[in-house]
Ligand binder design. Structure first.
Ligand SMILES: Cc1ncc(C[n+]2csc(CCOP(=O)(O)OP(=O)(O)O)c2C)c(N)n1
Length: 274
């Protein structure tokens, strides 16, 4: 599946509508970091970047996606549903008892998931394992792993970063959703990462920086990552937490809060009008 930039932008709007709507229906969830990742996730699942089969979710030849920042499950559930892995109507069951769509991804429940997640810091290690296996088997699958910038404060990430470059995992593409805000404040005020791109370079990675809300730039970054050989690639995507809903943007109060009825209507009209 590969669509042009205008089509991708339209899908991205739908993803943002889904995110705010399902979190409103659930009465809880994480809109800020879901909205900031909308273009990244749209490019992966609708831009022809990842090779997946919605009708055969466990197809062995599929590319793998690891949502290391598992709290943003709504953006992943939305792209999976809109892509046809399960009915879009099911999004309204987010976080309900018995639902396949739990607050954090559970691989055993949800079609299209490659990994359970929620405990920050672990995804890149899991991605390493998959990428290593594909290297050993000499098979073409690629592995994608989305992390938050706040998540990069976890030490395990940097152990995994060393491993991936040591083993030249050029079938691995990490993405940092660099929105500058974590759960309760700005990343630079809580435990600053300094220059994120320089850090990844120092760990031996091919580093690509992009405006994470410019769909064409995000697509270019993924294509460039596919071309990079001899080392893993990381896309540092400069984003805005809560992107698309002005009162949520750059405000950690919307890291993990649900919009009420009025806020949902305001959010939807902004997203649709953009
Ligand atoms: C190991 C671990 N510690 C703490 C948390 C609680 N937690 C959930 S989200 C979050 C902040 C993550 O910030 P960031 O990675 O920047 O995510 P984003 O802004 O993209 O939502 C924290 C501390 C967790 N899920 N796992």
């Amino acid at each position: 599946m590969s669509k042009d930039i205008q089509e991708l932008k339209a899908i991205c709007k739908k993803i943002r509508e889904d995110i705010v709507t399902m979190i409103h229906q659930a009465g809880s969830g994480h809109p800020g970091g879901s909205l900031s990742a909308a273009e990244i996730m749209t490019a992966l699942y609708f831009g022809g970047i990842m090779d997946v089969r919605p009708e055969e979710p466990e197809w062995e030849g599929r590319d793998r996606f690891i949502l290391s920042k598992g709290h943003v499950a709504p953006v992943l559930y939305s792209v999976l549903a809109e892509r046809g892995f399960f009915p879009v109507e099911e999004l309204s069951t987010l976080r309900r008892f018995g639902s396949r769509l739990q607050g954090h991804p559970h691989k055993a429940h949800t079609p299209g998931l490659d990994c359970s997640s929620g405990s920050l810091g672990q995804g890149l290690s899991i991605a390493n394992g998959l990428a290593t296996a594909f290297k050993h088997r000499k098979t073409p699958q690629r592995v994608y792993c989305l992390m938050g910038d706040g998540e990069l404060q976890e030490g395990q990430i940097w152990e995994a970063a060393l491993y991936a470059s040591q083993h030249k995992l050029d079938n691995l593409c990490a993405i940092v959703d660099d929105n500058g805000v974590q759960l309760d404040g700005r990343v630079e005020d809580i435990k600053s990462l300094g220059d994120i791109a320089e850090k990844w370079k120092a760990f031996g990675w091919n580093v690509i920086e992009a405006d994470g809300h410019d769909m064409a730039a995000v697509m270019d970054a993924f294509h460039e990552a596919k071309e990079a050989k001899g080392a893993p690639a990381v896309i540092v995507a400069h984003t805005i937490k809560g992107k698309g809903v002005s009162f949520m943007e750059n405000d950690c109060a919307w890291h993990g809060a649900a919009p009420n009825d009025g806020e949902l209507q305001a959010a939807l009209s902004e997203i649709r009008g953009a």
